[in-house]
Design a protein around this ligand. Structure first.
Ligand code: NAD
Length: 297
């Protein structure tokens, strides 16, 4: 059981995260319902499991990287009822971005069954997942978070303790709401420059050294051809899908409603990403919001 990990969700993020654990010497038992993704993971040293139940057998850590609340609750509590199968000495590390409500439900249901569980949503994107430089925003019992560091350190460089269950997810949606806002602002500014005769690479260089600089501009530039190896230069393939950003912006609005907070830019960002998604772009990377401004010309 020592150093055995069950890993659920081998998509854009889960695959490279699990590969880093393989490289660090863990035995990684993987499960994903999409056969091609499971095949790819197995080609990188992940052990194939045909059911979630098989994956958790003898696993000291159980990690999940799933799309949304329903997938997480279905796996652990409702359909698959994995909480009944997981070894009592295991630690569950739930890394998906889900609502604080859903995360609290999971952690409390796990604790009721005598299991340790934390939430650890991430930031850093697919590049950070591949490089092992993710930031983890952990929430839950302090001692369980300390225990998780042994394994999180092989997938990320920043391991934050946000507070009790739900706090990590709240930190994550605040971050992603801000990310959406500066991605949209960056796309808008770059298009304005291009429409007025500027080269987007030159404009990026100027703003990068000026007061408008931000992460989207410098690390994940949305204008095609400005930066190599980002989704914008690969027809917006890979990366962080529009539908997942839309989900996160919906979670931010839910939280804002519950706390009676005003988030006008977050609300606008949610609507813009929602419309972009409805226009058939839900599987593209979220930096494809650039197209909204190009198509309006
Ligand atoms: P993805 O859709 O590429 O991967 C999710 C995977 O989960 C899919 O392969 C799917 O088949 C699998 N899955 C669904 N139900 C399952 C189950 N019951 N058991 C096992 N696997 C199951 O999504 P992603 O981009 O990897 O994102 C995963 C999570 O990470 C999301 O919550 C997202 O919001 C968050 N996130 C993504 C990024 C990013 O840049 N992509 C960055 C930070 C956080």
């Amino acid at each position: 059981m020592d150093k055995t990990v069950a890993f659920f969700g081998l998509g854009h993020m889960g695959a490279p995260m699990s590969f880093n654990l393989v490289k660090a010497g863990f035995r990684v038992k993987g499960f994903d319902p999409v056969a091609d993704l499971l095949d790819h993971a197995c080609s990188q040293g992940v052990e194939r499991c045909v059911s979630p139940q098989e994956a958790v057998k003898d696993a000291e850590f159980v990690i999940s990287m799933l799309p949304h609340d329903t997938a997480v609750e279905s796996l652990y509590i409702d359909e698959e009822r994995l909480l009944d199968e997981i070894e009592k000495t295991s630690l569950i590390i739930e890394c998906s971005t889900i609502s604080a409500t859903s995360s609290k439900r999971l952690i409390s249901a796990a604790n009721d069954k005598g299991l340790q569980a934390i939430e650890a949503p991430v930031s850093g994107g697919v590049t950070g997942a591949a490089a092992g430089t993710l930031s983890f925003m952990c929430g839950g019992d302090d001692s369980s978070v300390k225990r998780a560091r042994v394994i999180l350190q092989h997938m990320g460089t920043n391991i934050f303790y946000a507070g009790t269950a739900g706090a990590g997810q709240t930190a994550k949606i605040c971050n992603n709401m801000l990310l959406a806002v500066h991605m949209i602002g960056t796309a808008e500014a770059l298009q304005l420059g291009v429409d007025n005769g500027l080269d987007p690479k030159v404009l990026t260089e100027i703003i990068s050294k000026s007061s408008g600089s931000n992460w989207s501009l410098q690390n994940y530039n949305p204008y095609p051809g400005v930066m190599e190896n980002v989704p914008a230069s690969k027809h917006y393939a890979g990366g962080f899908m529009v539908k997942l950003m839309s989900k996160d912006l919906g979670l931010a609005q839910q939280a804002a409603n519950a706390s009676r907070s005003y988030t006008p830019l977050g609300s606008l960002a949610r609507n813009l990403y929602g419309l972009h998604s409805l226009a058939g772009n839900e599987e593209l990377d979220f930096s494809s919001i650039q197209q909204l401004f190009q198509e309006s010309c």
